[in-house]
Design a protein around this ligand. Structure first.
Ligand code: ZN
Ligand code: ZN
Length: 248
């Protein structure tokens, strides 16, 4: 009986995680539109607008001309066509992602996916990905269980609802990987070696298709590259683009 009660509480708590509070997440004014930010606070979140690097999405001041070399990705070999992020990695955007990722504030995915949708519509390169599948970056199952969800999946699922692109969890993480925060790109790549696999049941569905990989943050691009590599090499995916909420 005790066990059953605990489960009931667990399910109830999890349901609450998906129900958004009816006040703005930032300024706490009451809201009625079913999202988590008021108009003012939403407009203050700094978006990435042109100019930005056409390969890794890093925003720059000034003009990007033919001689432009991005210090973040110049010379790097990547298996995706381009990476695009919606928001600059500043305090407020990181705070919202932190809530989604570590504090089980899954209701925020609904709000944050609106930024992804805007980027999808605004960047003309996504026109080539009209019938693409969305594939969220997976967590290792134990980490997902511990966090009680995967932020990339929650964002992807909400973006599906807004855009009509289907979300398919086509890749899985086969082993736990150390946190990448303090690693450079080379260390991250070796940390991620053989960490991703195609889920067999989705293999026939993704072959020859285009894929947009969805994640919360793009930092060095090592995770995005490794997922794209596996999707193309083992999954027969035709082309991969990356869409993340934040350029970290
Ligand atoms: Zn507000
Ligand atoms: Zn770049």
């Amino acid at each position: 009986m005790l066990k059953r009660d605990r489960n009931t509480i667990g399910i109830f708590a999890r349901l609450l995680d998906f129900i958004y509070p009816s006040v703005c997440e930032v300024c706490q004014i009451p809201l009625t539109h079913g999202y988590s930010l008021c108009k003012n606070c939403r407009s203050e979140i700094p978006k990435i607008i042109s100019p930005f690097c056409k390969k890794c999405g890093e925003p720059f001041d000034g003009k990007i001309n033919d001689k432009f070399r991005c210090q973040n990705c110049d010379g790097l070999k990547v298996d995706f066509s381009f990476a695009r992020a919606s928001l600059k990695g500043l305090t407020l955007s990181f705070r919202l992602v932190h809530g989604l990722k570590y504090q089980r504030q899954f209701f925020l995915a609904r709000e944050l996916a609106l930024f992804l949708k805007e980027t999808l519509e605004e960047d003309p390169r996504f026109a080539e990905f009209k019938s693409a599948i969305l594939v969220p970056v997976p967590l290792f199952w134990r980490r997902e269980q511990w966090r009680q969800g995967n932020q990339a999946y929650e964002l992807s699922r909400e973006l599906s609802r807004l855009s009509g692109h289907e979300t398919i969890e086509a890749i899985k993480r086969t082993r736990p990987t150390n946190t990448q925060t303090k690693l450079n790109r080379k260390q991250r790549l070796s940390n991620l070696r053989d960490a991703f696999r195609i889920r067999k049941k989705h293999a026939s569905f993704i072959a020859k298709r285009k894929v947009i990989i969805i994640d919360d943050v793009f930092t060095t691009g090592a995770t995005a590259h490794e997922c794209a590599r596996v999707l193309k090499k083992d999954g027969g995916v035709k082309e991969v683009a990356i869409l993340t909420l934040i350029r970290g």
